[in-house]
Design a protein around this ligand. Structure first.
Ligand code: UDP
Ligand code: MG
Length: 315
């Protein structure tokens, strides 16, 4: 059996239809699946839709988080509640084409531990987002050594990869990076990002910015070394300046160095603040991790009854 894990946030209008589509497709291919649907504190009627689904379809496990914890936490909740021999993570807005699921399952049965969907084309995304993603993946590759370009959260993971992922205890997670970190036999499967069935993206620029910083700081401590390198460069510059200053002083014509003083103040001041910011980012991370709060809290669950009448129709 495989578990389909889907995070759901304000997807009320289409979630029943979307899950039914995937369900019908799996049935058609004779695949035994469980759905783990995580309501990430939606403010619309998503939860009502999920409970209805758990009553009308077999094999549904709906989990409601106590508030919006973000997609990463919702994925954690889903993977931790999944019981299948393999877990398939996909978005609930059908941007990850469900038609690929049978192929992914076939590849998994052939012996691949992780089958990852790779974006062949990013679909209808704004230019700024595309550029942002490019810059992020470049930087991430340089700093952490993991090339995630084109990576998506559309992934099928064997139980052993899921267990390996679960052994990573950090509170602030980055699924894409962590699932690359665990390794195993991986197969890359290109796919074209479809357009959303309904609604708009749930990622605000602020949320993306936060993910950017948390992902980089989770996978690399190189930015901290930048502070050291910068300090070294400033020291060399300082030596040069010191020699020059002493020379002019001793040769008796040290006068208007006012502009230099102001420029130095400004440059060194901003370099110091920048460095403190980098250190602060890591400090905040340590603080967050050390508090050891749970990644998410579950407020209710709704599971399909164990014995259900066979589904007569596939709407
Ligand atoms: N999502 C979530 N919590 C959030 C934001 C998004 O669970 O805080 C879910 C959302 O319901 C969807 C998936 O994450 O299933 C991807 O979100 P979205 O489609 O908005 O992102 P995009 O496809 O634009 O990257
Ligand atoms: Mg989407």
């Amino acid at each position: 059996m495989i578990s389909i894990v889907m995070p759901v946030y304000n997807e009320g209008p289409h979630i029943e239809g979307s899950v039914a589509t995937v369900h019908a497709l799996l049935l058609q291919h004779g695949l035994d699946a469980q759905f783990v649907l995580v309501d990430d504190g939606s403010r619309d009627d998503s939860w009502a839709a999920l409970t209805r689904l758990s009553q009308s379809l077999p094999g549904i496990k709906a989990i409601r988080l106590s508030r919006n914890f973000g997609k990463e936490a919702a994925l954690c909740a889903g993977l931790e509640h999944a019981d299948g021999q393999a877990c398939l993570v996909m978005d609930s807005d059908l941007q990850h084409p469900p038609e690929l699921i049978p192929r992914m399952v076939a590849l998994w049965r052939e012996g691949w531990d992780v089958v990852e969907g790779v974006k062949a084309h990013r679909g209808q995304e704004g230019g700024v987002y595309k550029l942002g993603a490019r810059v992020f993946y470049r930087l991430f590759h340089k700093l952490s050594g993991f090339d995630l370009s084109g990576a998506s959260d559309f992934k099928l993971m064997d139980r052993k990869a899921v267990e390996a992922w679960r052994s990573m205890k950090e509170r602030d997670t980055f699924f894409r990076g962590m699932s690359a970190w665990v390794g195993f036999k991986r197969h890359r499967l290109p796919f074209v990002v479809a357009s959303r069935v309904q609604g708009t993206t749930k990622w605000s620029p602020v949320k993306l910015g936060r993910l950017f910083i948390s992902a980089i700081s989770a996978f690399s401590s190189l930015p901290l070394q930048i502070v050291t390198v910068m300090g070294g460069l400033f020291f060399i510059g300082a030596l040069g300046m010191a020699v020059q200053t002493l020379y002019t002083k001793l040769s008796g014509h040290a006068d208007d160095g006012f502009t230099t003083v102001i420029l130095l103040q400004l440059i060194i001041g901003s370099a110091l603040m920048f460095s403190l910011g980098i250190i602060g980012t890591y400090l905040a991370r340590i603080y967050d991790e050390v508090k050891g709060r749970p990644r998410y809290l579950v407020s209710e669950t709704s599971v399909s009854p164990a014995v259900t009448p066979p589904i007569s129709t596939q709407e």
